[in-house]
Structure formats: C-alpha cells, structure tokens
Design a protein around this ligand. Structure first.
Ligand code: ACK
Length: 300
C-alpha cells in the first residue's frame, strides 16, 4: 500500500485482493449511488492500523459486459504507479462477487462539492466572484489535475470522463483524480445525458467524441478545458442555457463557451485552446502544467 502523496517507483500500486469480510462499513455513510454501484465509507486494517476507506461496489444485478469491464479496469488501475494527484487504490475484489475497489478516503469529497461549498463565502472578493478561495488556490486545483493527467497520459491511459465530479480533494485541499477508465455509475447523475450509446457526459466531451466516439489524450485535454471552466465558475454546469439536443450542432458551427465573468484573459486563453477543433492543435497536459505553474507564480 502506498501512503497518500508518496511517489512510487515500482510499476504497480501494490493493491492486493481482499474479501468483503476484511472491511467494516459505516452503515450510516453511503457516499454515492448509481445504477451499477454504490460508494460506501468503511474501515480496513492496513499494516496494523485501521484506515478510513471509500469502497466502490458493483451491484450484483449488473450485466456480464459491465462486470467484465469493471474487472479489466481494476487490473488497469492496479498497474498505475502511485502519484500524489491520483487517488490511491488500496485493494480490490476482482475475482469473486461482490466486485469492489477500495480507495483511500478523501475527506473533502469531490472537487465539484468543494467548489460549490466555497461559493458566497466572501473571504476573497478580488478573485473569481465571491469565494473562500483565492485565484491562486483555484489555479492550483487546475494545476494539480493537469499534473495527475500528465502521469496518466505518459502511461498511455485515457480518463474518458474528466470532470470536477471525478476529482476528489483531501484534507490539505490536494486534488486527486479518481475513477479513470472505470465503468462509471452514470445513470443517476443529471450531467450524463441519455443517448443511444447509453449515458454520456456530453458537456465534457470533445467534438470528435460526440460525433465519432473517438477518445484520445487530446479529447481528455478538451474535458480538462471544461473542468477549468467549472473551477472558475465555482462548479457551474457547462453550457448554461444550451440544451444537449443543440450542443453538437453549436460546437460544429464553432461555438465555444464565453469567458466567464471574473476569469482573466490569460486563464480563458488556456481553456479555449483545449477546445480547438483539430485535436492535435490542443495543448498537451505537460504544456498545461507549465502554463498553469507560470500563472500561479505570477499570482503570488
Ligand atoms: O462529492 P462527494 O461527497 O464525493 O460525493 C461523491 C460520491 O462519493 C459519489 O462518487 C464520494 N466519493 C467517491 N470516492 C470517494 C473517496 N475516495 N473518498 C471520499 N468520498 C468519495 C464523492
């Protein structure tokens, strides 16, 4: 098990297989629920210490394909070396029912929740509206997600669903990317829109993903641009006032979200570049890290 925040030079997370009996659940604390699974707060003994964990359990009635996808992705996650901006995987049950993954518990919940909770608390009114976060803190959230994504991209993996709801935040306000590559519980979340292929996070998707179901690191970069927009608007839903029915046509016509109120031109330029139509014209995650780091040091 890799403690939070440590770098691991080995090629595996070291997350082992466990059975459900090795976990204790906090029955009063269901963290989330979807059609295919539930996330529960629980406790597990790790190296003779009781650790608070989040357990994502695949429901028993899921279809064969979803089960196989979940198993495959668990194997993928196990092979990703630890990184301080990726949620540490502690253990899995990938061989027998119930299938589940055990992650480190992240005290503050999702970045979406953190941003929305930060609204209206006017500690800093000189930043992005009235929030309890400074411009520097908000840029740091984006920077940390870009660092985690650089790691994922360098390993050749895709996230496919990068959004503030899938980034978790620890007690030090460090962002940790979660659930990448996993078959997700998308049915009950309003932000996933029903289409013939199932439920899709349309408002976070690159044009080529919407049109041709093409997913690459470049399409993850597009989603990162949307995530930056979520950060500067303190967790608003993208494309306000635009229905999902007309979104594709609007994007094809060249429409992109406007610069949000309070967002600097420099920050807007970064997110706007992530939405260029030719995928190869978008910045890489490494470039995004560099640009955000420069902005953070200027904001000091
Ligand atoms: O915003 P939240 O409280 O944070 O609500 C969602 C919910 O479960 C569905 O994803 C929470 N969640 C997921 N994984 C974790 C974790 N590792 N630690 C803490 N909360 C988590 C997430």
């Amino acid at each position: 098990v890799n403690p939070a925040g440590t770098e691991n030079t080995s090629s595996e997370t070291g997350a082992g297989e466990i059975s459900i009996q090795e976990l204790q659940f906090d029955r009063s604390c269901k963290l989330g629920e979807g059609q295919f699974g539930e996330v529960w707060k629980g406790y597990m003994e790790v190296e003779e210490k009781v650790k608070t964990v989040a357990v994502k359990i695949l429901k028993g009635n899921t279809m064969y394909k979803e089960k196989e996808d979940f198993k495959t992705e668990m194997e993928t996650l196990k092979n990703v070396p630890a990184h301080k901006n990726i949620v540490p995987l502690i253990a899995t049950s990938s061989k027998e029912d119930p299938l589940f993954i055990v992650m480190e518990y992240q005290t503050m919940g999702s970045l979406q929740r953190v941003l929305r909770n930060g609204r209206g608390n006017t500690y800093y009114s000189n930043t992005y509206g009235c929030s309890k976060f400074t411009a520097q803190q908000l840029l740091t959230f984006a920077y940390e997600v870009a660092c985690g994504m650089t790691h994922i991209a360098e390993l050749g993996y895709l996230h496919r669903d990068l959004a503030t709801r899938n980034v978790l935040v620890d007690e030090h306000f460090t962002c940790k990317i979660s659930d990448f590559g996993l078959a997700r519980d998308v049915s009950l979340i309003r932000e996933y829109e029903s289409r013939s292929q199932g439920f899709l996070p349309l408002r976070w998707m690159a044009l080529e993903s919407i049109k041709d179901s093409v997913y690459t690191t470049h399409s993850d970069v597009w989603s990162f641009g949307i995530l930056m927009w979520e950060i500067v608007t303190l967790g608003c839903t993208p494309y306000p006032g635009i229905s999902s029915m007309i979104l594709r046509q609007q994007l094809e016509n060249g429409y992109r979200m406007m610069r949000p109120k309070h967002c600097t031109y420099e920050v807007y330029r970064i997110m706007y570049r992530c939405w260029r139509e030719p995928p190869a014209f978008r910045p890489s995650f490494k470039e995004l890290c560099q640009q955000l780091e420069d902005l953070i040091s200027k904001a000091q």
